[in-house]
Write a protein that binds this ligand. Structure first.
Ligand code: PMP
Length: 396
């Protein structure tokens, strides 16, 4: 099956000598590869060659595969003629690209609960405190939009990498658009779990390695006008249409090529597209239902000794990501790995302001905040994975 996990039966040896299946519960950091991605890469490799450069069967097969990959991703995000799909390295790269492509004077509005990739790149930043509810998010955003005037870009995550909670993207988009602003969505954690699209957002960014396609590529999809008017993200071959003899005598390409300077990551793009194609035809409702079932099993089974954190409250919809406050997050994560063959993540998950707020350590420094323990899962995760982490946490 195309959405089967590569390495699903990876075994690890415990200190007792027992061999167990590795329970990967750190999908939010990097998800495992699915068969569709590995197969697409494997099938292309014998014909691998240069993209948009050269002649012959390798180059033409590679160029076709690359542009086909773009078309598939465009379908995945519902891109139209007014949009572009640009292959990047990851979400961080995609958001930095967009940040550099903003028209002069654009004010960016961002909540401080964002992952650093969606917090640090933005110029002219109006930073709002992370809201305690979706209604509060809309209220403080409206206030900011009223103050700001045009042009503005609102940028928010689709799903929090710390709490898994979904942000009210449709409502935020409607509000931003009412004020003539645009919306960028950091879909790094949303795209692997829920359908994403450009119906609400003007820009979407996500990473292949979180979308079961760990071959070093990411995506920025969104409206072409700002992107085509911007300075190329990387100055060099591919981005340049014509170069004269003098430094200023050059013409930049338009379209995705403008921001894809250098030889592109063909295998990364093809891998992402293969997963997108598999997800387009998959029963997303069934995948969602299974993920929610596992999420309930996990949350219902958490021992009283740990506290699950949330921004919008325990009943707010979320994806398969749960962060808990425990005495020693790093030590607990190490014990889970060493003694139980379970991979999770401990720390502040590149969201320092949010984690400080959720741990009630608002005045603490990054160095002193112990952070949280995060359990995250997705395709291929099982009841057994959940039960094992719960049993281990109960035993501490
Ligand atoms: N945004 C969110 C919400 C994330 O969870 C992450 C990765 N943890 C990123 C952005 C950055 O993704 P990448 O490291 O692939 O650039």
């Amino acid at each position: 099956m195309s959405l089967d996990i590569v390495g699903d039966d990876l075994k690890v040896e415990l200190p007792t000598g027992e061999s167990v299946r590795f329970a990967h519960l750190d999908y939010a950091a990097s998800a495992p590869c699915v068969a569709a991605a590995a197969q697409a890469v494997g099938e292309l490799l014998p014909r691998y060659g240069s993209v948009h450069r050269g002649t012959g069967v390798r180059s033409s097969a590679s160029t076709i595969a690359y542009e086909l990959a773009r078309d598939v991703v465009a379908e995945f995000v519902g891109a139209g003629p007014e949009h572009e799909v640009i292959f990047t390295r990851n979400t961080t790269d995609a958001l930095n690209l967009l940040a550099r492509a903003l028209p002069e004077g654009t004010v960016t509005i961002v909540f401080d609960g964002e992952h650093h990739a969606n917090l640090l790149p933005w110029p002219n930043q109006l930073r709002l405190p992370a809201p305690g509810s979706p209604a509060e998010a809309l209220e403080s955003l409206e206030e900011a939009l009223e103050r700001t005037g045009n042009p503005a870009l609102v940028t928010v995550t689709g799903a929090s990498n710390v709490t898994g909670e979904l942000w009210p993207i449709t409502e935020i988009a409607a509000l931003a658009h009412r004020y003539g602003a645009r919306l960028a969505v950091d879909a790094a954690q949303l795209a692997p779990h829920r359908p994403v699209g450009l119906a609400d957002a003007d820009y979407l960014a996500f990473s292949g390695h979180k979308l079961y396609a760990p071959f070093g590529a990411g995506v920025l999809a969104g409206r072409s006008d700002w992107l085509d008017a911007a300075e190329p993200y990387l100055r060099g071959g591919g981005a340049s249409a014509a170069v004269g003899d003098h430094p200023g005598d050059l013409e930049w390409a338009t379209g995705p090529a403008r921001h894809e300077g250098g030889t592109p990551n063909l295998l990364g793009a093809v891998a992402i597209a293969a997963v997108c194609a598999a997800l387009i035809t998959a029963d997303r409702d069934a995948l969602h239902a299974e993920e929610q079932r596992l999420l309930k099993r996990l949350r219902d089974g958490l021992p009283d000794t740990v506290r699950e954190v949330s921004l919008f409250g325990p009943d707010h919809p979320r994806v398969g990501i749960v962060s808990i406050a425990v005495d020693d997050p790093a030590g607990t994560a190490q014990r889970l790995a060493r003694d139980h063959g379970i991979g999770v993540r401990a720390g502040q998950f590149c969201a320092h302001p949010l984690v400080r707020r959720l741990t009630g350590d608002a005045t603490g420094s990054c160095a002193t905040t112990p952070g949280l323990l995060r359990i995250s899962f997705g395709l291929g995760s099982t009841d057994d994975d959940i039960d094992r982490v719960l049993a281990a946490l109960r035993s501490y």
